[in-house]
Design a protein around this ligand. Structure first.
Ligand SMILES: [Zn+2]
Length: 163
């Protein structure tokens, strides 16, 4: 059996970019946090960097899939300019009030399970850094170790929790 990969999943708002109320709706509200060195360290340790984010604003019609794709390309570009490759961004486009229940909105583990499947991950060697209890719950449900940080807290402060 080929060896499995390991990953650090990251929540988006409050972890990679500043929390801005419910959702970041506009491109200009997208303020990227300086976690470049910390993520470079994880990348150098062989972790794939994946994002898992609830985007219920899609279900509410606050922004479109193409606007979201532009924001995500921008996020990837900025990190890439600093030597950090965000490999993939998994998002839940649903919201229970608009589209009903789904399997991917955190605290459900669906987004993480998608990542585990797509990148042949060893869940037990993977992590999920998020700023909400629901992130840790989703991680636990997927067999990934959850790490709770405060909103906008630097990732460097939790690096020693990751092997
Ligand atoms: Zn969903």
């Amino acid at each position: 059996m080929p060896q499995k990969n390991k990953a650090v999943f990251l929540d988006r708002d409050g972890v990679l970019n500043q929390e801005m109320g419910d959702y970041v709706r506009h491109f200009e509200d997208f303020h990227i946090l300086n976690n470049f060195d910390a993520l470079k360290t994880l990348q150098d340790k062989g972790y794939l960097l994946l994002v898992a984010t609830n985007q219920g604003g899609l279900a509410k019609g606050w922004y479109t899939e193409s606007e979201l794709a532009k924001m995500h390309q921008h996020l990837k570009n900025i990190y890439s300019e600093h030597g950090v490759e965000i490999i993939d961004i998994f998002y839940c486009p649903h919201h229970p009030d608009f589209t009903g229940d789904c399997d991917c909105r955190k605290p459900k583990p669906g987004l993480l399970l998608q990542g585990i499947e797509k990148y042949n991950l060893d869940a037990a060697k993977s992590y999920f850094i998020g700023d909400r209890e629901r992130d840790v719950e989703a991680g636990t449900a997927a067999g990934v170790k959850g790490i709770l940080i405060n909103s906008d807290q630097p990732i460097s402060e939790v690096l020693d929790l990751i092997e």
